[in-house]
Design a protein around this ligand. Structure first.
Ligand code: CO8
Length: 257
């Protein structure tokens, strides 16, 4: 299927999605979100892909939901059309998704980065939830995920003042895992994703599910869930291969990719 607002390619076992509405700083309109979720579903179903990277341009990962598309919506449009619910499909992707963020990640752009499993930032990245300046508040997880990731103090600061966080603060606050120079961003993201894609895919998916469970449940339930998943891994060929390879001092050759 040809896409108009994203570029979709495969680099070895990594599915790469580049948001591509440069004139609107990758503002996330319904067409782009429809294409993005379709591409994610296609990669999820593709046995040749083990990990997914979402990136934007050097100037903008995404400068938010498309304000021009939203501005004249009525409450009935938003409610009856169940505005934003389709974004949940990003988090329903079972393979890991890495966000490689350069430039602006604002509003829905910051929320999209937070829906990914790992976010890495270029030194010029700027994260923010400026919805308050538009007379609204974050609507795609910003008040929830940001608060869980960076804590109440910084989340309130960002959501209520609309200020931006630079890459260094984002790393210090736990919003991103690494910061690299802009020209190293894509290579770093592809190399991290390539490494993940070389592991056993079912084990990677179970590990992703287990970490995400930490945000959904209590510590006791989460550790019980983790233990059950861990025990189930002894039913896989890849556990046998991984441990056997360690003992035999060789590189494992996982069956399930
Ligand atoms: N929506 C639509 N168009 C946009 C957006 C946007 N979010 N951001 C930038 N653009 C457009 C501009 O209108 C401009 O278009 P044109 O050339 O036709 O005038 C073009 O992109 C370039 O933008 P600027 O000229 O403004 O570029 P600057 O470098 O001067 O400024 C900024 C860059 C600071 C990023 C500035 O563009 C800006 O402040 N953008 C808006 C940021 C914002 O408020 N984002 C939050 C949007 S609301 C939101 O995300 C709600 C989330 C709710 C849930 C998710 C919804 C789907």
């Amino acid at each position: 299927m040809p896409y108009e607002t994203i570029i979709v390619e495969t680099r070895e076992r990594v599915g790469l999605i580049t948001l591509n509405r440069p004139k609107a700083l990758n503002a996330l309109n319904s067409e782009l979100m429809g294409e993005l979720t379709a591409a994610l579903q296609a990669f999820d179903a593709d046995d040749k892909v083990g990990c997914i990277v979402i990136t934007g341009s050097e100037k903008a990962f995404a400068a938010g939901a498309d304000i021009k598309e939203m501005q004249s919506k009525t409450y009935m449009d938003a409610y009856k059309g169940d505005f934003l619910t389709s974004w949940d499909r990003v988090t329903q992707t079972r393979k890991p998704i890495l966000a490689a963020v350069a430039g602006y990640a604002l509003g829905g752009g910051c929320e999209l980065a937070m829906m990914c499993d790992i976010a890495i930032a270029a030194t010029n990245a700027r994260f923010g939830q400026p919805e308050i300046t538009l007379g609204v508040m974050p609507g795609a997880g910003g008040t929830q995920r940001l608060t869980r990731f960076v804590g109440k103090a910084k989340a309130m600061d960002m959501v209520l003042t609309g200020r931006m966080m630079d890459a260094e603060e984002a790393e210090r606050s736990g919003l991103v895992s690494r910061v690299v120079e802009p020209d190293a961003l894509l290579d770093t993201a592809l190399s991290m994703a390539g490494k993940i894609a070389d592991f056993s895919l079912p084990i990677v998916m179970l590990a992703k599910e287990s970490v995400n469970r930490a945000y959904e449940t209590t510590l006791a339930e989460g550790t019980r869930f983790e233990r059950r998943l861990f025990q189930s891994m002894f039913a896989t060929d890849d556990q046998k291969e991984g441990m056997e390879a360690f003992v035999e001092k060789r590189t494992p050759n996982f069956t399930h990719k």
